[in-house]
Design a protein around this ligand. Structure first.
Ligand code: TYM
Length: 334
């Protein structure tokens, strides 16, 4: 690895990623890959915190790797690996668990939300989710973590744990900084623009999936909830629906939000929504094509996964040995 700083991020292979995951995270993975040593994980252990169908989880894991590559993450430049293939993630979680207080995890917004939406399965893993995430990040001497706004609290906990460990056992972990996209750190639901767009939304019209075809994308944007006003301008507080569409349009068309506002001045909502849908569909088409062709070559995807796990393991093993030694775990001479 070069002397560039390290960047780490991950996406859960639960369900089909949405354009929210793309705008908030994966698009930045691609943009930042020359500036940093990038490590991108597929967070399959995190998925187990809610009930999964085992066969679907396995399939989604492979598909997510194909999606990373199809979006432009370069396997020659970046490490891509599956979280469960590197055992140190679970091992460091145990150590960090002994330094994390229930009150810190109880107050996490995501834990509260998911406890409500999965009330029949509020398990220890769901509560411990942010500690596993801290382990993911801290194992790799990570300086920066590109994520969407919903992960802010988890990154803050990661920082707190790194500082706490360093304070107790001397300097060990790099204290990471989050990187949020300039626009689109929180893409909102198309059905209710005051709510985050989420792949687990029961209403399929609330999100656009990365695998939706052109007709579906355009239909979903045509139905997007806006407001009763007729003007198109950027004001997330008072016009959340229109502002969300402007943000999405800007990311997919490459036009700035300001220029998009000028472009649609005097136009009706109907035309505007179709234009946004077309821009997104056009952006997704080559990604879908590349992804489909990658999925035909499972051996290639497996080889990237194996290579990634090997590279990640080398770094993770070093960090964990250091941690074990610092906390006082005995290691016999060989
Ligand atoms: P996940 O799979 O829920 O989300 C993956 C990434 O997508 C971002 N995101 C969004 N961004 C903008 N608008 C939205 N509507 C939207 N929905 C999701 C998320 O912020 C995230 O960046 N816990 C992580 C996965 C993870 C991780 C890590 C991330 C596990 N370990 C270590 C960074 C570092 C998550 O929520 O995944």
């Amino acid at each position: 690895m070069s002397d560039k700083k390290t960047l780490f991020s991950a996406v859960q292979p639960s369900g089909i990623p949405t354009i929210g995951n793309y705008v908030g995270a994966i698009n930045n993975f691609v943009k930042l890959q020359d500036e940093y040593n990038c490590i991108y994980s597929i967070a399959d252990l995190h998925c187990l915190t809610v009930r999964q169908d085992p066969a679907s989880l396995r399939k989604a894991t492979q598909e997510l790797l194909a999606l990373y590559i199809a979006c432009g993450v370069d396997p020659e430049k970046c490490i891509m690996f599956v979280q469960s293939h590197v055992p140190q993630h679970a091992e460091l979680t145990w150590i960090l668990n002994t330094m994390t207080y229930p009150g810190e995890l109880n107050r996490m917004t995501q834990f509260k939300d998911k406890s409500r939406s999965h009330a029949d399965n509020v398990n220890m893993g769901l509560m411990d989710y942010p500690v596993l995430m801290a382990s993911d990040i801290l194992l790799y001497n990570t300086a920066v973590v590109p994520v969407g706004a919903d992960q802010k609290q988890h990154i803050e906990l990661t920082r707190d744990l790194a500082i706490r460990f360093n304070g107790r056992y001397s300097d060990t972990f790099v204290v990471p900084e989050p990187i949020f996209p300039k626009h689109g750190a929180k893409i909102m639901s198309l059905a209710d623009p005051t709510k985050k767009m989420s792949k687990s939304d029961e209403n399929v019209n609330a999100f656009v999936s990365m695998y939706d075809d052109t007709d579906t994308v355009i239909r979903k944007f045509k139905r997007a909830v806006t407001d009763s006003d007729t003007k198109i301008y950027f004001d997330p507080e008072n016009k959340p629906g229109i502002s969300n569409l402007l943000t999405i349009y800007s990311v997919f068309s490459g036009v700035s939000v300001e220029d998009a506002v000028k472009e649609f001045e005097g136009k009706g909502y109907g035309d505007f929504k179709i234009k946004v849908g077309e821009a997104v569909a056009e952006g997704l088409k080559p990604i879908s094509e590349k992804r489909n062709s990658l999925l035909k070559d499972k051996a290639y995807l497996d080889s990237i996964m194996l290579k990634g796990a090997e590279s990640a393991y080398k770094i993770a093993r070093k960090t964990l040995s250091k941690v074990y030694r610092k906390v006082g775990l005995y290691s016999p001479e060989r």
